[in-house]
Design a binder for this molecule. Structure first.
Ligand SMILES: Cc1cc2nc3c(=O)[nH]c(=O)nc-3n(C[C@H](O)[C@H](O)[C@H](O)COP(=O)(O)OP(=O)(O)OC[C@H]3O[C@@H](n4cnc5c(N)ncnc54)[C@H](O)[C@@H]3O)c2cc1C
Length: 483
């Protein structure tokens, strides 16, 4: 057992020990590797891992975890590292267990509309594999070309089509997990709704705190017969949010109902030379899908509602190429923001849809108070807000401003009857805010549930649960910053 207070063992120790478990070329140590894995897409918090391991199978993951337990070394599962709440960061050092080499599709079962794959496969590859059969994996985070099945499961990821098709939890039938002792467990089964306690449901969204998912059976969903896509532009944010409220209130269930503000339009216009109607301050992307006649009727009704709320223009996609063009602002908006500032933080909170106008006003006020570049791109139909702040993460003062602004926004979400997170998870970013939503009793119950799988504190420490031992001092965010 390593003594965590004693000086950290040498790189040579990890390379030798872990290299004997896997293969030397599947272990990374040294400064360059540590820097490459020191954070995910939430760049505010950083901590260097001691080594990175690249297993290729469930058995190899189990062997690694058992080694970590024997030596008292923390370990953190990691997929593509696109997480936005610091979940894949090695908060207390230790080993990053990367699923980068676990990308196999193990079985395609079309008659039962399901597919078995390793956890490191990119989300979109699942859909690509069954597109010819008219099927897809419905959860579609905007990061889907790179983010992994394991990461999607851990974060219970959503996407623009969550409004109609649900989040990842609704699409996972069963999974293989290496628990925090190194035991391999199979949870769930071939079909939804099996008897007994829903342990799959507990693991989905647990942010890698209950073990490492190595394989999963996922449900496949038929591709819609028809898709109708509209992009409405508005001179006022409130006209767009009022349209959202009326569309949802009218009983239409769009597949996607997404909103972008002026900040996103500016970023996208610069990056892709797109132009939007003069005076537009908000865009609403609406997609209706399903049976041809019914979805066309829904799209026509959504268009009528937007025009009734004085849309400046409503563009309707006539073919797939036009549809892709209308989606650009939504799909590439965050990336385009990245060109305007050295770093960005995309926050994630939920509010009741009816509170959207009040909440957006609050976001702009907070950005002004903290002198931050802000843009909003979000799942309006779900009330899932993503204020995106541009800043320079080399400047501790700007980090402080971003963190404070984010906390104000999340507090307001909870105050308005919403939630701390819609889809990006709690990670390290929000663990200390959990008490805003949960009473001490609720938190104790969650900690008890965690202990069923995870008795110790080695598996993805410092994530989700507040006040964990030895966490604050590993957070770069607190270093050199006066709070
Ligand atoms: C540009 C951009 C757009 C995004 N859009 C969306 C969006 O629309 N919707 C959305 O929900 N999210 C979105 N995200 C966030 C992110 O892509 C998702 O949370 C995604 O699911 C993370 O997958 P990953 O493979 O990158 O996981 P990582 O970032 O590597 O890890 C995320 C968490 O999962 C855990 N984990 C990873 N693999 C495993 C495993 N095999 N077993 C157990 N735990 C594991 C990690 O420990 C960590 O806690 C976006 C991110 C970016 C950068």
């Amino acid at each position: 057992m390593l003594n965590m207070e004693a000086p950290r063992p040498t790189e040579g120790f990890f390379a030798r020990e872990l290299g004997a478990l896997l293969a030397p070329d599947r272990i990374r140590v040294g400064a360059a590797a540590a820097r490459a894995y020191e954070c995910d897409a939430y760049t505010v918090d950083r901590a260097e891992p001691w080594a990175i391991a690249l297993p290729e199978s469930t058995e190899e993951v189990a062997v690694l975890v058992r080694w970590c337990v024997r030596h008292g070394v923390p370990f953190t599962p990691r997929g593509a590292g696109t997480g936005l709440s610091g979940g894949a960061m090695a908060a207390r050092g230790g080993i990053i267990v990367s699923t980068k080499r676990m990308t196999q599709i193990l079985e395609v079962d079309l008659p039962n509309r399901r597919i078995l794959a390793q956890a490191g496969i990119a989300n979109k590859r699942l859909s690509d594999a069954v597109a010819a059969a008219g099927l897809h994996f419905a959860p579609d985070p905007s990061s889907q070309t790179v983010s992994t099945l394991g990461g999607n499961i851990a974060e219970n990821s959503g996407g623009p089509h969550t409004l109609k098709y649900g989040v990842t939890a609704q699409h996972i039938l069963g999974l293989t997990l290496v628990d925090p002792t190194g035991e391999v467990v199979h949870l769930g089964g071939d079909a939804t709704g099996g008897p007994g306690l829903d342990f799959v449901g507990l693991v989905v969204g647990a942010e890698g705190t209950l073990g490492i998912v190595t394989e999963a059976w996922v449900k496949l969903t038929p591709l819609p017969e028809a898709v109708h896509t509209l992009l409405a532009s508005f001179a006022e944010i409130d006209q767009a949010t009022a349209s959202v409220a009326e569309i949802v209130g009218s009983g239409i269930l769009p597949a996607a109902l997404e909103m972008m503000d002026e900040g996103i339009m500016r970023a996208v216009s610069q990056a892709f030379r797109l132009s939007y109607p003069e005076g537009a301050r908000a865009l609403l992307l609406i997609e209706c899908d399903g049976a041809p006649e019914a979805s066309a009727k829904e799209a026509a009704e959504a268009e009528r509602i937007c025009r009734a709320h004085r849309a400046l223009a409503v563009e309707i996609a006539e073919d797939e190429a036009a549809r892709q063009r209308l989606w650009i602002a939504r799909k590439k908006g965050i990336g385009a923001m990245g060109r305007l500032a050295p770093s960005i933080v995309t926050h994630d909170g939920v509010i009741p849809r009816s509170k959207l106008p009040e909440m957006l006003r609050f976001v702009y006020e907070v950005a002004e108070q903290h002198r931050l570049l802000v843009a909003n791109i979000f799942h309006a139909g779900d009330g899932n807000l993503h204020p995106c702040f541009g800043f320079d993460d080399r400047d501790p003062e700007q980090i402080r401003q971003v963190v404070e602004a984010g906390e104000k926004i999340l507090r307001k979400c909870v105050e308005l009857g919403g939630s701390l997170s819609g889809e990006h998870g709690v990670g390290v970013e929000k663990s200390e805010l959990m008490s805003l939503m949960f009473s001490p009793d609720d938190l104790c119950l969650q900690a008890d549930a965690k202990r069923i799988f995870n008795e110790g504190d080695l598996c993805n420490p410092c994530k989700v649960f507040p006040s964990q031992k030895g966490c604050i001092e590993h957070r770069a965010r607190w270093r050199g910053v006066a709070w």
